[in-house]
Structure formats: structure tokens, C-alpha cells
Design a protein around this ligand. Structure first.
Ligand SMILES: [Zn+2]
Length: 406
């Protein structure tokens, strides 16, 4: 990832003024010089002035906050150059590239360009950008997007579900023009999620690691497989539905919230609310596991808390949830937990703390099925979810999620 400081910004702006294309040194191996030359040719031919900035933005970058819009705004403010800015969105782990097209004056119709180019070349940033430039010139994006959508949401259960990763906007839809498209697409994604959640549960593309087999102490009870899978499936469905509802509600709350610019102290909290929404939305928009759905619930909860704090004009820091189950309500206080030979301090909700005090294991530990048996989530390798206890052991859960690719 690249942080953009003032000198680098000036360098980018100068190069955009020369040939319209800037490729970050870190992306040279993905976008070789020959491809950059083709991009420059396409930019020269573009009917609208077009500026391409290929860089992996860093959400910790104070200048951009990892937001393509913010980078485009800054460049445009500095240089006064209107037109179309093409910048990749910050990625989580190795998810496909997705371009954001920012137009001055505003043009909400560009979403289909990014969606079509993204679905055709998900893993080749140079080819995807070139395709986006072609689509801008040909004007075919809307038609192709409709076709793509028709295929993606097709009637056959065997068609399209494996490629159900149509790029969707990450931020709450604020622009008027594309609202209905966005809503339709989100609905399509929702339908796909429901359709595939049962069959792709073993595929954990986010986090990308496969769960390790449960340890000897991982499974505390055994149910007949059929009963187990029915119980689990119902619970997974409940969590999935709650995750979708919570994240949707957070997006709506962000949309309707009013930012008081005089309360500068609350700006980081606003940003935290947006960031939590963004990451949770993207997790749910991709193929995801039941563990990811629980993670999205946690992120939405943190986003809500950040938003509430921001609305009061204060700074925000996340408070830890219950280590044994992030879905447990109420405040969690540190307790001593004897885990085999280890004694560690973890935050626990009141019922879990009482169980530990009585020398028992909490009765409702979050489990997932691994190799046909339920296992406590913290015994599985679920990436940042298990490593941070869903954020109970590391307040910067979001940072850990976004750091996975560094
Ligand atoms: Zn608990």
C-alpha cells in the first residue's frame, strides 16, 4: 500500500498533467510499462479529459483515508482539472480490483463502467483500467451491465452463482441517479448470498485461510450429524439475516446523520463509522463464511457506537465485547481464564464471567462446524476473527482486517 504525502501528491499531479496516467511504483509488477503506454494512448483518445491514478490506497493515510473520492477531490482542487478520475478502491486481502470513477461535473452513470470492467478483469488491474477507458469511449457499459446482471441473477441454480461477485458500491448510495441501479444490484447480491450460503460454507475466501481442524479440547459435545447440520444451518441463517439487517441499518443511519463541522473532535468517530460500514458491506457483498457474517455483525455494532459518539461530538474508541461469544450483549470486564495450562485475561460478559468463577466453561461459546464437528471459534484459524477474539483482544479489529494484505 502507498501513503500519499504532499511531495508524492505533487509528483502525481505533475505526471497526470503530462500524460494523464500515474502508476504507483508498488504496482509496477502488475501494470508493466507496455500496459501503461496503452493506458496513456487510451487517455489521449478519451472524449472527456481522463486521469488514471493506479495506486493501492492506505486507509491510514491522512491525506486520502484510503478513499479514491478524496484523492480525486484533492487533485482536482489543487489542479482545477475537471474530467473523469479513475482510481482503484482500497482492497481487503486479495479481493479483486475494483475501480472507482469520479467525475467532475458529477456523473452518476459511471458505476456500470466500473462494474463491467471489474467483472471482466477482476485480477488484472491494468486490463481492467484499459477496459474501463474503452467502455467510457464506446458507451456500451449500461447495456453490458444489464446483460451481466441478467446472467448473474439468472433462473438456473447452476448458473452464475460461482461468479456472483459483481462489484457493488462500497459506500452508502448517496447519489440520485444510480440509486435504483444500486438497489437492484444489492438485491441481486442478497439473493445470491442466500442462494449460495448453504453450498459455499466451506469456501472461506474472506478471510482466506481455511479453518484448522479443531483441537482435542475444541469439541465439547457431539450431536448426530443431521441434527447438528440443521441446528447450525438455522443459526447461520439467523446470523446472516442479522448481519445484513445490521449493516443496512448502519448505512441508513450514516446517510441520515448530520455532521456538525464545528465539532472537529468527532471527525475521527465519523470516519470510523464509515470505515466499519464499508468493510462490513464488502464482506457481505462477497462470498463469505458464517464466521464472516458474525464479524459483519460485530463491525456494524462498532460502527453504530462510533456514529452515536460522533453525533455527540466526541472521540470514539471501541469497547471490547465478550471473548467467548461476540454476540453476547452487555459490557465485558476482564476475567482470568484457565485454558488448559494457560491462564489468560480476556473480557467476558456477566453470564460468562459467572460461569468461569464457578469453574465452568461458559455455556454459549461461539462455535462453527469444522470437519463435521462444532468447535469453539477461537480454536479455529479464522484469520483476524479468531486471532483478535472478534476484536475483544485487539481494539483495532478494523486495522487487523485491512492489514491482512501487508
Ligand atoms: Zn459472554
Amino acid at each position: 500500500m502507498t501513503r500519499i504525502d504532499e511531495p508524492l501528491l505533487k509528483e502525481i499531479e505533475a505526471e497526470l498533467g503530462e500524460d494523464g496516467v500515474w502508476v504507483a511504483p508498488a504496482l509496477r509488477k502488475d501494470v508493466p510499462p507496455a500496459q501503461e503506454a496503452r493506458l496513456e494512448e487510451a487517455v489521449v483518445d478519451a472524449p472527456t479529459p481522463t486521469y488514471v491514478v493506479l495506486v493501492e490506497l492506505d486507509h491510514r493515510d491522512p491525506l486520502t483515508s484510503g478513499d479514491p473520492d478524496q484523492l480525486a477531490n484533492t487533485i482536482r482542487d489543487d489542479t482545477g482539472r475537471s474530467g473523469i478520475y479513475v482510481v482503484p478502491e482500497a482492497r481487503i486481502a486479495d479481493e479483486p480490483y475494483r475501480l472507482e470513477l469520479v467525475a467532475y461535473p458529477e456523473d452518476s452513470g459511471l458505476f456500470t463502467v466500473s462494474a463491467v470492467a471489474g467483472s471482466e478483469h477482476p485480477d488484472d488491474l491494468g486490463a481492467q483500467t484499459l477496459r474501463a477507458l474503452e467502455l467510457l469511449e464506446s458507451g456500451d457499459a449500461d447495456r453490458l451491465h444489464d446483460e451481466l446482471n441478467g446472467i448473474e441473477t439468472g433462473t438456473g441454480p447452476e448458473t452464475g452463482t460461482e461468479t456472483g461477485t459483481v462489484p457493488t458500491p462500497a459506500a452508502p448510495a448517496g447519489d440520485d441517479g444510480s440509486g435504483s441501479d444500486v438497489a437492484g444490484l444489492l438485491l441481486a447480491v442478497l439473493v445470491l448470498v442466500v442462494a449460495v450460503v448453504g453450498t459455499v460454507r466451506h469456501r472461506r475466501r474472506f478471510p482466506a485461510t481455511l479453518p484448522a481442524p479443531p483441537s482435542a479440547t475444541g469439541a465439547s459435545f457431539t450431536l448426530p450429524p443431521a441434527v447438528l447440520s440443521t441446528v447450525r444451518a438455522a443459526e447461520d441463517r439467523r446470523n446472516e439475516a442479522r448481519a445484513q439487517a445490521d449493516v443496512l441499518a448502519l448505512g441508513e443511519a450514516i446517510d441520515t446523520a448530520e455532521l456538525d463541522p464545528r465539532r472537529a473532535a468527532s471527525l475521527p468517530a465519523w470516519q470510523a463509522a464509515l470505515d466499519h460500514y464499508d468493510v462490513a458491506r464488502r464482506i457481505l457483498d462477497r462470498d463469505h463464511s458464517p464466521a464472516d457474517a458474525v464479524g459483519a455483525i460485530v463491525l456494524a455494532g462498532r460502527g453504530r457506537s462510533a456514529l452515536a459518539t460522533a453525533a455527540r461530538g466526541r472521540g470514539w474508541s471501541p469497547s471490547p465485547g465478550c471473548y467467548f461469544n461476540p454476540l453476547h450483549e452487555g459490557t465485558a470486564a476482564p476475567v482470568r481464564w484457565h485454558d488448559g495450562d494457560l491462564t489468560i485475561r480476556v473480557p467476558a460478559c456477566a453470564p460468562c464471567a459467572s460461569a468461569l468463577e464457578a469453574g465452568e466453561e461458559p455455556s454459549d461459546v461461539l462455535d462453527f462446524v469444522s470437519e463435521g464437528r462444532p468447535a469453539h471459534y477461537f480454536r479455529l484459524d479464522l484469520g483476524p476473527w479468531s486471532a483478535t477474539g472478534y476484536g475483544s483482544l485487539d481494539p483495532d479489529l478494523l486495522g487487523r482486517l485491512l492489514d491482512r494484505r501487508t
